[in-house]
Design a protein around this ligand. Structure first.
Ligand code: NAD
Length: 282
């Protein structure tokens, strides 16, 4: 089972990482976003990241040859050419639902839809389509080109055949799957979002600075990054939206977003992607 043309919908932090990982493995990408600026930024960052490959002791890649495999568009209709779809748009059901309804009309009925959502139930996403058996969760880790393992989520209706296709697709990307069952947040983000949120509460309550919180996790627990650096890497807006979804899914106050997190998002302090979050990246 081989896939050649992949529609990557959403060209933000995750979409561009997935597009890069795909073209580095010889696949063709149709990269789709509603925002032309996001597509331009994605191409620029993919080019820079491909150039850096050689510098970090990895095999250098032919940058222009890789970029020739990416076609950027704001037209969702171009997803019709795809034999596999990976969706990575903003973590808001109000945006994702109409997108899936439209993708369902545009794409051939047998084409699998991989939802790279942080927390939204895959069974719920499947219910927005006429192909719930072809919908699978594919939670990539950031930065995608460097992370070998993907959390794959089996929705209530996801078929064995779709899981086989998901594994085959990931193999083409030289990645491995850990398959888990479907409840909001799955494994990684049901735990991680609580940790990041609690670290923000610690800063809000002036127990410690962001630097000291992260230093404790790095030097005492051996984590490569502390929770607030991780929040900045993921995007504080994505953290906030994920906590809101977890809160409404479980009706459990343990997921209530910290007011400081909401304030930072309102102020445009989104982390690395905006140049400033708990740390300054400018
Ligand atoms: P992002 O904000 O960087 O990018 C989202 C992109 O989606 C934007 O460019 C936006 O213009 C685009 N978009 C919004 N609505 C659209 C539509 N209808 N059609 C096409 N494009 C549309 O977000 P991100 O960090 O790349 O996250 C994308 C998804 O991946 C989210 O569901 C998120 O929860 C999930 N995710 C994020 C991470 C992470 O570390 N950031 C990790 C795993 C999964």
């Amino acid at each position: 089972m081989k896939f050649q043309t992949i529609a990557v919908v959403g060209a933000g932090v995750m979409g561009r990482g997935i597009a890069q990982a795909l073209v580095m493995n010889g696949l063709d990408v149709v990269l789709i976003d509603v925002d032309i600026g996001a597509l331009d930024k994605a191409c620029l960052e993919i080019r820079q990241s491909l150039r850096m490959q050689g510098l970090f002791g990895k095999d250098s890649v032919d940058v222009e040859a890789c970029l020739a495999h990416i076609r950027c568009t704001t037209e969702l209709g171009h997803a019709a050419a795809a034999d596999f779809v990976v969706e990575n748009i903003t973590e808001q059901p109000d945006l994702k639902e109409p997108l899936y309804r439209r993708l369902d009309e545009v794409c051939r009925p047998e084409v699998p839809f991989a939802a790279n959502t942080s927390v939204i139930s895959i069974t719920r996403i499947g219910s927005w389509t006429q192909r719930p058996d072809r919908v699978v969760g594919m939670h990539f880790m950031n930065p995608v080109p460097l992370k070998p393992v993907v959390e794959v989520i089996r929705g209530h209706h996801t078929s064995d055949d779709t899981l086989d296709r998901a594994r085959a697709f990931l193999k083409q990307m030289k990645k491995r799957a850990v398959v888990v069952n479907d409840l909001p947040g799955f494994v990684s983000n049901r735990v991680l979002m609580l940790t990041v949120n609690e670290a923000v509460w610690v800063v809000q309550d002036q127990v410690a600075s962001a630097e000291d919180v992260d230093r404790i996790f790095r030097s005492c627990f051996g984590h490569p990054m502390g929770p607030l650096e991780t929040g900045d890497l993921i995007g504080l807006d994505t953290i906030l939206y994920s906590l809101e979804r977890l809160f409404e899914s479980y009706n459990d106050p343990k997921f209530r977003p910290c007011p400081l997190l909401r304030k930072m998002v309102d102020a445009g302090l989104l982390g690395r992607k905006s140049g400033r979050g708990f740390y300054n990246y400018q």
